[in-house]
Design a protein around this ligand. Structure first.
Ligand code: FUC
Length: 747
């Protein structure tokens, strides 16, 4: 937290002074765990976490994709198998990309290291676990009467990953450590350090290092790696970096090989005690993770005591109830976002965990649903800091996208995107013309939830305005004056033609957000009027011949089309143009379309359907999607599979649960709008609503029993539960508690 206070917040190339974040942090702290708990992180580090916050297994992982477990600090990541004799740990650094402005390239594998610990005796009492309440991976087992324990975590404050090997008998660790670079760079082997440095084909310099610290015994450099003998405890500090910089004017490079920085990070961490590193990590992580808690019911103790893979298998049996596993999947999405989105770059198709140099879909930033879905939870599930890498990324691409857009569309102002995108401004596949409008939704929502006017003015607003200008120049008037986007493309449907609903709805969203932004800032009143006039002339989605929401201006939707993309329902979610309360006829048509597309779907498609049904206020259908996703699209390590593994489904699932419990897109906090019957009694703490609110709720027998609203910004707060609404006038920092019938009483 101190780091934020002294350094302020960085968005794009701008850094906001500490005073802008102090208010936010102070208010956010209201829903942190009691201070004593945070300060006592070191002491409590060994306390057993609740069953709904642990993934555990009774055997080592078999495969990378479905069984290995991820740790990450938002920039560095590792996948752990927990094998006892030969433990392989695969590692990533989020800027290790091939490609450039012309070639989209692929996100790359950094490499792996192996710790060989030959054991004479069979292993008993094996357990590996990922505790997402502390972001700590542990493997324990007994061999030859010796109890071994390994811990691993990825520290954000220290920018290293730490792996610790201990045993209850001194001198029990003898073996070797080797490092294998993902691009065959030959490691330099020192007495206590392995270094693999290389250059990708695009000239990107990278380096990984492992610093070995032994307590007792000996370390010896060998031709293959480092041998350790009779060591009491072994600690590995793993660091990595590249010379990537998210600035085009610097050629996307820092201009400095990563060696110095990585060495410094490891040397600094190595001076600290392991317990201190762990405590600092847990404190930092929990400051984000502990903001939201969910209780959606208790699992039968016998089921909760099972390993995660067995629980998942049991869950697939129609009658097995495991609300704590559902809760685990919800919180896992938050864990994964914290683990993959705290560096300079946003979470990609696999967060940041990738073991291939030619991963599916380049493991890229896909602009037609995937990168957006990755961030649906960031604001609602109270991780707004994790949205910042996305906002910086959007900002960093403006110049190159403006050039590319101008060459493609002969445009003079603004920019947009293609579908596949890398980190150097390179892109490929279909132009996704309303893609930049969708990005702008994220820029706007960061303000809508957090209320930071300086951010809105200096970061979000200029981008939103230039994208409005792009559409101002491009929209085409039909003979009756209706405005349509020319030559649009409903993702993966085609054909290219005018007035595609996906485009129309996104432009409506952009214009509406722009209008609100300009009014909030009190700037550009004339342009705001112009945008309002354009918005009001946009072709709105029509209801077609079988009662469906038309995907195109032409009424040609095929009721048998069960394609996973349901882009014409953007207006329902994450947009706000269609809702059962404000536009009931269109909402009914959206329902007809959604039913026709069917309940099936690949991971992310299924995840989107959780939110669609929640926005249509059908909690049980929304829950059906969530539950089916868990049954059909989630692997034993709880990664979502498309197939293959794609993390958007994890993020989208968490976002969907938020939509079931709290909505705020219509200018009011709508409490429990789609609470499923399956979660009849429960509570949630720390969800965020637009307008700068945090909300805690409790319910019993599917009825709200109490709600606490905290105001971050002092905006008037309209609260809805069912048909009842109340208006609360709240000062910044005020906390109001209401009972289930929304009667007030100040806390
Ligand atoms: C979209 C989807 C694919 C896949 C890819 C990464 O284009 O249609 O199913 O998820 O993104």
């Amino acid at each position: 937290m101190k780091r934020y206070l002294s350094a302020g917040l960085k968005i794009g190339e701008r850094r906001y002074p500490a005073e802008h974040v102090v208010v936010w942090l102070g208010l956010a702290a209201l829903c942190l765990p009691p201070l004593a708990l945070v300060q006592g992180a070191e002491k409590t580090a060994m306390a057993a976490p609740p069953a709904s916050q642990v993934l555990w297994y009774d055997q080592p992982a078999g495969g990378w994709e479905a069984e290995a477990l991820p740790i990450g600090n938002g920039r560095l990541g590792a996948m752990l198998f927990g094998a006892t004799e030969k433990e392989t740990v695969q590692i990533n650094e989020d800027s290790l990309w091939e490609g450039d402005e012309k070639d989209t390239g692929w996100y790359q594998n950094l490499g792996e290291f192996e710790v060989a610990l030959p054991q004479a005796k069979p292993v008993t009492n094996y357990r590996r676990e990922l505790d997402i309440s502390r972001a700590l991976h542990t493997a324990t087992y007994t061999s030859d009467g010796v109890a071994f324990r390994r811990e691993a975590f990825a520290s954000f404050p220290d920018q290293v990953m730490v792996f610790r090997y201990t045993a209850d008998k001194p001198g029990s660790h003898s073996g070797t450590l080797t490092l294998k670079d993902g691009h065959d760079a030959k490691p330099v082997i020192g007495p206590n350090r392995l270094t693999a440095a290389g250059k990708l084909k695009n000239g990107l310099q990278y380096e990984s290092q492992i610093l070995v610290i032994n307590d007792g015994g000996t370390l010896t450099a060998t031709p293959a790696g480092i041998a350790f003998q009779n060591v009491i405890s072994l600690t590995l500090m793993v660091g990595a970096g590249t010379d990537y910089l998210n600035q085009r004017d610097k050629g996307w490079r820092t201009g400095e090989a990563p060696h110095r920085k990585v060495t410094e990070q490891l040397d600094k961490a190595a001076k600290r005690q392991y317990a201190d590193l762990l405590a600092a990590h847990v404190k930092d992580y929990q400051a984000l993770f502990s903001r939201v808690r969910l209780d959606n019911g208790k699992t039968d103790a016998a089921i909760a005591a099972q390993p995660a893979a067995k629980r998942l298998e049991a869950y697939k049996q129609a009658n097995a109830k495991d609300p704590e596993l559902e809760n685990l999947l919800f919180q896992y999405g938050r864990y994964l976002l914290i683990g993959s989105s705290r560096g300079a770059l946003p979470a990609n198709l696999q967060g940041l965990w990738n073991n291939s140099n030619t991963p599916s879909w380049r493991c890229d930033y896909h602009s037609n649903i995937n990168i957006q879905m990755n961030y649906w939870l960031a604001e609602t599930a109270n991780l707004p800091e994790c949205a910042e890498p996305l906002l910086s990324y959007i900002f960093s691409l403006r110049e190159v996208r403006t050039e590319q857009t101008s060459s493609e569309f002969k445009s003079k102002r603004g920019w947009t995107v293609q579908t596949e995108n890398n980190i150097f401004g390179g892109s490929s596949w279909e132009w996704n013309t309303p893609g930049s409008a969708w990005y702008c939704q994220h820029l706007w929502e960061h303000y809508a939830f957090g209320g930071d006017g300086t951010y809105l003015k200096t970061v979000a607003y200029p981008v939103m305005k230039e994208v409005c200008e792009f559409w101002e120049d491009r929209l085409k008037a039909l003979p009756d004056g209706t405005l349509v986007a020319p030559m649009g493309f409903s993702p993966e449907q085609g054909p290219r033609e005018d007035g595609v609903s996906f485009d129309q709805e996104l432009i409506w969203d952009l214009f509406t957000n722009y209008i609100e932004a300009s009014q909030a800032l009190g700037v550009d009143p004339e342009y705001c009027q112009k945008v309002t006039a354009m918005r009001d002339k946009l072709l709105v989605p029509k209801i077609g011949k079988w009662g469906q929401l038309q995907e195109w201006m032409v009424d040609r939707d095929d009721p048998k089309n069960e394609h996973r993309h349901v882009s014409h329902l953007f207006a329902v979610h994450p947009g706000r143009q269609i809702s059962p309360t404000k536009t009931p006829a269109l909402a009914a048509a959206a329902k007809v379309s959604l039913k026709a597309r069917g309940d099936a779907g690949t991971g992310w498609s299924k995840a989107w359907k959780i939110s669609f049904w929640a926005r249509l206020l059908e909690g049980d259908h929304s829950y059906k999607m969530y539950s089916e996703l868990l049954k059909n699209n989630i692997m034993p390590n709880l990664f979502d599979t498309h197939p293959p593994f794609q993390m958007d489904g994890n993020f989208g699932a968490t976002a969907g649960v938020c939509e079931m419990l709290l909505q705020s897109q219509a200018g009011e906090l709508h409490l429990l709008p789609a609470l499923p019957g399956a979660w009849g009694t429960g509570s949630v703490m720390g969800l965020r609503g637009r307008g700068g609110f945090e909300v805690d709720m409790a319910w019993a027998e599917c009825k709200l029993t109490s709600v606490t609203v905290r105001s971050l910004t002092g905006k008037v707060c309209q609260v809805r539960y069912g048909e009842k609404t109340v208006e609360l006038k709240m000062k910044p920092g005020a906390v109001i508690r209401l009972s289930g019938d929304l009667s007030t009483g100040k806390k």
